[in-house]
Design a protein around this ligand. Structure first.
Ligand code: ATP
Length: 274
């Protein structure tokens, strides 16, 4: 029964430079982390200590990457979990998992000699969203535990904790989560525009052998509506087509096939979920 079974723990190694586009949200996140890095100075201004940041936006847009980069920038221990892991049939299990998560990040920070810790909770709506009656009690306990832990964060003691959560349905969240002193800072992480898509493509083709006939500007134009995660798939699928064809470089044809594949996959996903 090791906690590590359901909590991903790592040295993130991700920096803001590894994230394509999202210039404004990156800036906002860095500024928020600066309140943490320079918290004594922030206190002198009477700024309310920051405990929670909520990243909102569609799937695959880089919210997890942003949380990892933030932890790295904050020089913090990093622990991640998904809200869906806390939803259990047995009352009390979710709440005790929340407690474990907070213990775990403190422990990790101590072990690593770091004075800050970041907890990332993806799909926070699974904890702080609306549920049906049967699961209501369990859900209330889990949410209450999270609120209790957040309210109990001591902002003058080490390790100094910050909770970053992500959701693509902020409208579904319990307002208790959004109150001052909890997730009171919202950062929007949107689908990439053409320029951002080019940037993301450049990042994901960085270590791949691209043919001279490939113009990433055009690829960015042809990938309208795709998320960062889907652009990563385009780069990977294109490389697979080149590999299968035993060609030395990834050319326009491979990329066109990859775009088609990713876009078709997206369509069948939508059809199958209605
Ligand atoms: P979800 O809401 O589905 O959990 P997410 O918003 O957390 O998704 P990530 O897990 O951060 O998305 O992204 C998945 C992968 O997609 C990343 O590991 C990365 O390879 C790629 N990716 C997504 N967005 C970007 C981006 N802005 N720049 C570079 N790569 C990206």
């Amino acid at each position: 029964h090791k906690r590590k079974r359901y909590h991903e723990v790592n040295d993130t190694g991700v920096t803001f430079e590894d994230i394509g586009g999202l210039e404004k949200p990156k800036q906002e996140l860095k500024e928020a982390i600066d309140f943490l890095k320079f918290d004594e100075r922030a206190r002198r201004y009477g700024i309310r200590p920051l405990k929670g940041i909520l990243l909102t936006g569609p799937p695959g847009t880089g919210k997890t990457l942003m949380a990892k980069a933030a932890a790295n920038y904050a020089e913090a221990a990093f622990v991640a979990a998904s809200g869906s892991e806390f939803v259990e049939m047995y009352v009390g299990v979710g709440a005790s998992r929340i407690r474990d998560l907070f213990k775990e990040v403190k422990q990790l920070a101590l072990e690593k000699g770091l004075s800050r810790g970041v907890i990332f909770i993806d799909e926070i709506d699974a904890i702080g969203g609306k549920r049906d009656g049967r699961q209501q009690k369990e859900y209330d306990q889990t949410l209450n535990q999270l609120l209790t832990e957040m309210d109990g964060i001591n902002t003058t003691e080490h390790p100094r904790l910050l909770i970053i959560a992500a959701t693509n349905r902020v409208d579904m969240l319990d307002p208790a989560l959004l109150r001052p002193g909890r997730f009171d800072r919202l950062i929007r992480v949107d689908l990439p525009d053409k320029r951002a898509r080019k940037h993301i493509l450049e990042l994901h083709f960085r270590h791949k052998p691209l043919a001279g006939d490939v113009n990433l500007d055009e690829v960015a134009k042809d990938t309208y509506g795709l998320s960062g995660a889907q652009l990563e798939s385009v780069a990977n699928e294109a490389a697979i087509y080149a590999f299968r064809a035993e060609e030395k470089t990834i050319n326009r044809k491979h990329i066109a096939l990859a775009i088609e594949k990713v876009m078709l996959g997206e369509q069948t996903d939508k059809e199958s979920t209605g």
